[in-house]
Design a protein around this ligand. Structure first.
Ligand SMILES: [Zn+2]
Length: 435
């Protein structure tokens, strides 16, 4: 019987258009490397189990380091375990163009989310070597630690450390999902807490960062396009909203004498659903958690605590939507004679992709005879964090049925390879012209 990776590679190659292997970009190599990575942390459901700061993530990084060294990259690692492979520029050594992604996964995740972006960034170097292209500026491939955040229920851990935005106090106090303190988790993979907190990079020499990533949605599939260009990365605002009424007997309290927190919350949830469309076409809002107290079959709900996840790629409209949602909660609370309170858990600024970056990526995509289509990224990525320091660009790859964070996650090898051609051209244009 074939091992999982053999079948995985065969499936990728079966429908591969071999004419896409050109200009040094090699689809067979990508398939084999995706396959080799898929074996590290393979779950019983044929998914990926490479939690951030786990031995599996470490092993995946080690495999990449071997390939990076073989491709003549000068490899180093920072205090957060981010792996950086450098190829010195032939002309402007002190200017850097970066590309990369992550190798960790959610528990039982897929084999493309993260690895594809890392392998794409490496394949650009392989292609340059084969075609004899000498990048004028320095190129850096980065593998970020713990992007998914399943370890500490946060995310973007490595990229946050690199940008110097880590909340030290919070991280020192945090335990992982197995109740292991942060310090010990780091030590398990050979890292030190102090090293972690001193891993920020000076970005003044970096011109731009690029990331290839699977779309994790169905828009490209609906458009019939292999790749798309990210117009901006939505920043989430997480609001906890509480409605406080009065618990009472479900039989003995007349309807006109109730302070039903769940009736208020239910009305509010419906309004949250239609609020984004009033603000922008890319905004979204989701009530994902709801706790009802006392949660009894014959008791009028006295209190409801819920979360609202609010996102948009523009700060102005995202914040406008957050304010609007708060106002809707206040009005609804009043209508049902309940008290409303808010606790803002997260507010991360969205990262718009600047015009000059968009035009370079558009040109790169158009050079492959692909219609350049812009789409927002609703999910956060390492590029969002790096985008706080330098201009960033992202190329999305079509996801089969939009599935991700699941063993069934799939992108065809043709689409993956096209995204690599687009990334390569994007980086070359950035090297030659600047942003
Ligand atoms: Zn990812």
């Amino acid at each position: 019987m074939n091992s999982f990776s053999e079948t995985f590679i065969d499936t990728l190659l079966k429908k591969y258009d071999h004419t896409l292997t050109k200009q040094g970009v090699n689809g067979e190599r990508i398939a084999k490397r995706l396959g080799a990575l898929s074996e590290i942390g393979l779950t019983p459901d044929s998914g990926s189990g490479r939690m951030g700061f786990s031995n599996e993530e470490r092993a995946a990084k080690n495999l990449l380091i071997r390939w990076m060294k073989a491709a003549d990259l000068e490899v180093r690692e920072d205090g957060a375990g981010n792996v950086i492979g450098k190829l010195e520029g032939s002309d402007m050594k002190d200017r850097v163009v970066m590309a990369g992604s992550h190798l960790d996964s959610v528990p039982n995740g897929g084999h493309f989310d993260g690895p594809l972006g890392v392998l794409a960034a490496l394949e650009v170097v392989e292609a340059w070597t084969e075609s004899g292209y000498k990048p004028p500026k320095t190129y850096e491939l980065v593998i970020f630690s713990d992007e998914e955040g399943s370890r500490f229920k946060s995310g973007l851990t490595g990229s946050t450390a690199m940008t110097g935005h880590t909340n030290q106090e919070k991280m020192r106090a945090v335990n992982d999902v197995f109740s292991t303190p942060f310090k010990e988790v780091l030590e398990q993979v050979g890292l030190k807490e102090e090293g972690f907190f001193h891993s920020s990079r000076d970005f003044s020499d970096v011109e731009a960062f690029f990331e290839v990533h699977i779309e994790q949605g169905k828009r490209l599939e609906k458009e019939g396009l292999p790749v798309g260009i990210v117009s901006g990365i939505a920043g989430p605002c997480w609001l906890q909203v509480s409605f406080k009424g009065k618990a009472g007997h479900a039989g003995n309290t007349p309807m006109d004498d109730r302070q039903d927190a769940l009736a208020a919350a239910g009305d509010f949830v419906r309004q949250v659903y239609s609020a984004p469309a009033e603000v922008s076409t890319s905004a979204v809002a989701t009530v994902g958690q709801l706790q009802v107290y006392p949660n009894g079959i014959n008791v009028i709900p006295g209190e409801v605590v819920m979360t609202v996840d609010i996102r948009d790629i523009h700060k102005k409209t995202r914040d406008e939507l957050a304010n609007r949602i708060k106002e809707l909660a206040r009005q609804t609370g009043e209508k049902y004679n309940t008290e409303v309170s808010f606790d803002e858990k997260v507010r991360i600024p969205p990262v718009p992709v600047q015009e000059s970056v968009l035009s370079i990526v558009e040109e790169a995509v158009a050079s492959l005879d692909i219609r350049p289509v812009l789409l927002p990224s609703g999910a956060g990525h390492d590029a969002m964090m790096i985008g706080r320091c330098v201009p960033v660009g992202m190329i999305f790859v079509r996801s089969l049925d939009g599935v991700s964070h699941h063993p069934a996650e799939w992108s065809s090898l043709n689409d993956c390879v096209l995204s690599i051609h687009a990334l390569k051209r994007t980086i070359e244009l950035t090297m030659e012209r600047g942003i």
